[in-house]
Structures are given as structure tokens and as C-alpha cells.
Design a protein around this ligand. Structure first.
Ligand code: AMP
Ligand code: GLY
Length: 424
């Protein structure tokens, strides 16, 4: 099969790395990809949300399967576009329909869906500018801090957690007043849940599902989870506190009712589903749904998945996932993200990277990189993910860190403490 992966981050490189290992893969393409994906496939310099350009790339390269990496094309309806185009009828596409993507594209829809299907999540009220006073009343029934979420996609920045009631009211007004553009026309106000978070990944054909290895990601820029939120500074899989009993609760109370709910509501869904969960007093709650894989979680999940991924993805598209089970590597995988100095604020791009060939006994996934004058340069905030296996979190982390030191670029920064809170 010729396979096209859309997107350009560490997630897409890790998916490509895994797909490349399949005997079913002939040629591999990325749109637009990065310097790392260029080394394992062909980069096509188009924007994944330009559906017409994706179509032309699919036809020109005789693509048999498209794997959609990021959420934006799904929320905009790329799967519906493929299904409605006569020339793309025979092309398999891994991703949910526009209706399914509302689980990520609208926080209010996601909350209503969970309520309808009795899926555990924080208490909430959705408000708009017309009834913001009800929102302020609702906040009075909650304890500090207050969770405010812009309903629509806001590039991962749409969640605010003010501690003070008056500040929360002011933030609510500013969100409804356009702080996050149209994404904040509706704001979901939530009860704050106190616990420890993890990410659980599901692959579904809309009827059947497989649970992939779980992971924990580290979102804050600073050691000990301090400072600003980022896209993710590192990840660990497996997650020690996600024991068999807890995973069974997740499957019974969250995975099954979610898949059943999609079926009942006639929402076609073939692809990845990412459950952002929190464990509160031993019980799982949903913080958010995403309709894609996580980044950097993919960089630890793919290395631990022993199955042929292309076989699974074909089964997703063909609706026969029930014929498959997953096999997981028992080792621990830890990924450490190397980022540009200044990130998640402003940072330089086009900075030369050296030492990439010095890596030993780790996997290197490119995120924000590009090729310029035959040299690898930085092209984003998150630049490279280094993943290592180990018998413990500690050994895997040390291995990634020893390689992180060997890769040099001006401003390079990484967290040395990925997994710090999970050490037994
Ligand atoms: P989201 O964009 O929905 O992932 O939210 C960003 C982060 O805000 C999450 O990873 C959590 O750390 C935090 N968060 C969101 N909702 C809640 C909640 N109800 N209680 C506690 N923390 C939350
Ligand atoms: N690492 C979290 C995310 O991909 O949204």
C-alpha cells in the first residue's frame, strides 16, 4: 500500500516510523512532514487542511491509505470530503467524520455527549454572552480554582484555571468577549478535579475497539511541573498507577459507553480516540476527548505497540477490528522533548542542529525541524523527541537524557525530570 500521513510533528514521524516497519507498506508520504520524515518517506509540501491539495497528492501518488495526524482537518471534515468524492471512494482514510470530531471541536458537545451516555466527567455549565450571569452564579456553587474552557479549537490554549472568583468572572467576560476569537463564543465552566492525569488511546472502527498502551505526558515547561503549559515536554508509557483494575474501570465506564454512544447517535468513527483522563480517589473521569493521537504520547505508544500498525489501520477502515488484539512491549518507554529557547513564548527558527548522528540506543523523532541548504534546522517550538526503552522509568529516562546532551542547537532546552512523579 502507498500511505500518506498528514501533519508535520513528532506524532507524525512516530506514526511513520511504525508504518514503515510494516510489510504492507510500499511507499510512504507525508504532508507536509519535517526533516525526519523526509528521511523515511517523501514530503509533499501542502497544508493538511487544503483538502483539494490533499486530493491531488493522493491521486498523483496512487495513495491507498491516508492517516490523518492532527485534529484540524478532521474537525473541518476531511473524512466527509473523501467519502463524498467519486475519485476518492477507494482510498482508505483513518480518521473520524466531522460529526465525530465534535468530541474535540466542541467542548460543550463533548460534555453533553458524556452526560447523555453517563460517562464520568466534571460537573459543568456552558454559557454564552447572553447568559454569562448564570455562569457566574454557577461558579458560586463551585470551589476554587475555576476551570474555564473555550468551546472551540484554540490551539491548545483555550483552558484557563483562575483561583480567584473575581478573576474567574473577569476571565469569563474576556473569553466571551473574544479573547480566543470565535472559539470562546461559548465557554464551558467546570468543577475542578484534583488528581493525577493520564492519556488513554483507543483505536476504533466505530463498532469494535482496541485499547493501545496508555501514557502520561508532561505539559509544563519547568521541572516539577512548573511554569507555562506547552504542547508536551515528554511522556512515559506504561503508567504505573494505571493498573489492571483501574484500566478495567476505564474500559467499562468510559471506552465502552463512548463507542456505544457514537453508535447510538449514528456518528461514524474510524480512527484514533484519545481520552484525557484524571484519576480522582481511584476513579477515572474524562477531562477531554481528542480525536487524534497525542503528541508526545505517540512517541512512547508506538514504540510499545508490537502489532503491525498498517494491519490494524486497514481493519479500522474495513470495519473488522474485532479480528485483532493488541500485543504490547513490556518495557518502559520514556520520551524527552528538546525545545527551542523561549518556547512556549517566542523563539528563533532556522537554527542549525548538529549531533543528530551521535545518537545511540534511542529513537529520534523529529517535530519542528526542516531542511535548509542540506542542513537540519529548527522550525518550531518543539524540535525533537528522543525515546528510549528501559526496564524502569529511571533507566529509560537516563538513556534519553544521555542522547539529549549530544544534540546541539542554540537555545536547546529540555526537562531532565520526565516521569519524576511516577518513581516508586
Ligand atoms: P484541556 O485543554 O481540556 O486538556 O485542558 C488543559 C488542562 O487543564 C488539562 O490537561 C488539565 O490539566 C486541566 N484541566 C482541564 N479540565 C480540568 C478539570 N475539570 N479539573 C482539573 N483540571 C482540569
Ligand atoms: N499531549 C497532549 C496532546 O497531544 O494534546
Amino acid at each position: 500500500m502507498n500511505i500518506l500521513i498528514t501533519g508535520s510533528g513528532g506524532r507524525e514521524h512516530a506514526l511513520g516510523w511504525k508504518i514503515k516497519q510494516s510489510a504492507l507498506t510500499d511507499r510512504l508520504f507525508f504532508a507536509p512532514g519535517n526533516a525526519g520524515t523526509a528521511a523515511i518517506g517523501v514530503n509533499i509540501k501542502i497544508n493538511p487542511v487544503d483538502f483539494e491539495a490533499v486530493k491531488q497528492a493522493v491521486l498523483a501518488n496512487k495513495i491507498d491509505m491516508v492517516v490523518v495526524g492532527p485534529e484540524e482537518p478532521l474537525v473541518m471534515g476531511i473524512v466527509d470530503f473523501f467519502e463524498n468524492d467519486a475519485q476518492l471512494q477507494n482510498v482508505r482514510i483513518v480518521g473520524c467524520t466531522k460529526a465525530g470530531a465534535r468530541l474535540e471541536g466542541s467542548k460543550e458537545f463533548a460534555k453533553q455527549f458524556m452526560l447523555r451516555h453517563n460517562i464520568p466527567t466534571a460537573r459543568y455549565l456552558a454559557v454564552s454572552a447572553q447568559n454569562s450571569s448564570e455562569g457566574k452564579q454557577f461558579m458560586k456553587t463551585l470551589e476554587s480554582p475555576y476551570v474555564l474552557k473555550a468551546d472551540g479549537l484554540a490551539a491548545g490554549k483555550g483552558v484557563l484555571i483562575p483561583a480567584d472568583y473575581n478573576e474567574a468572572c473577569a476571565e469569563l467576560d474576556s473569553m466571551l468577549g473574544g479573547k480566543f476569537g470565535k472559539a470562546g463564543n461559548t465557554v464551558v465552566i467546570e468543577e475542578f478535579l484534583s488528581g493525577i492525569e493520564l492519556s488513554v488511546f483507543v483505536l476504533t472502527d466505530g463498532k469494535n475497539y482496541l485499547i493501545l498502551p496508555e501514557a502520561k505526558d508532561y505539559k509544563r515547561i519547568g521541572v516539577n511541573d512548573t511554569g507555562l503549559n506547552t504542547g508536551g515536554m515528554g511522556a512515559v508509557s506504561p503508567v504505573p498507577f494505571a493498573d489492571a483494575i483501574f484500566m478495567k474501570k476505564i474500559e467499562e465506564r468510559i471506552v465502552k459507553p463512548t463507542i456505544e454512544g457514537l453508535k447510538k447517535e449514528n456518528i461514524a468513527y474510524k480512527g484514533f480516540l484519545f481520552l484525557g483522563l484524571i484519576k480522582v480517589a481511584g476513579e477515572p473521569f474524562v477531562i477531554e476527548y481528542n480525536v487524534r493521537m497525542g503528541d508526545p504520547e505517540t512517541e512512547v505508544v508506538m514504540p510499545r505497540l508490537k502489532n503491525d500498525l498498517v494491519e490494524l489501520l486497514a481493519a479500522v477502515c474495513d470495519g473488522n477490528l474485532s479480528a485483532h488484539t493488541t500485543a504490547t512491549d513490556s518495557r518502559t518507554a520514556v520520551t524527552v522533548m528538546l525545545v527551542s529557547g523561549g518556547y512556549p513564548g517566542s523563539y528563533a527558527k532556522g537554527v542549525a542542529i548538529t549531533g543528530l548522528d551521535n545518537m545511540e540506543n534511542s529513537m529520534l523523532f523529529h517535530a519542528g525541524t526542516d531542511v535548509s541548504d542540506n542542513k537540519t534546522v529548527t522550525a518550531g517550538g518543539r524540535v525533537l523527541a528522543i525515546t528510549s526503552y528501559g526496564d524502569t522509568i529511571e533507566t529509560a529516562r537516563r538513556q534519553s537524557l544521555s542522547n539529549a546532551e549530544k544534540i546541539i542547537f542554540d537555545g536547546r532546552y529540555f526537562r531532565g525530570d520526565i516521569g519524576f512523579d511516577l518513581l516508586g
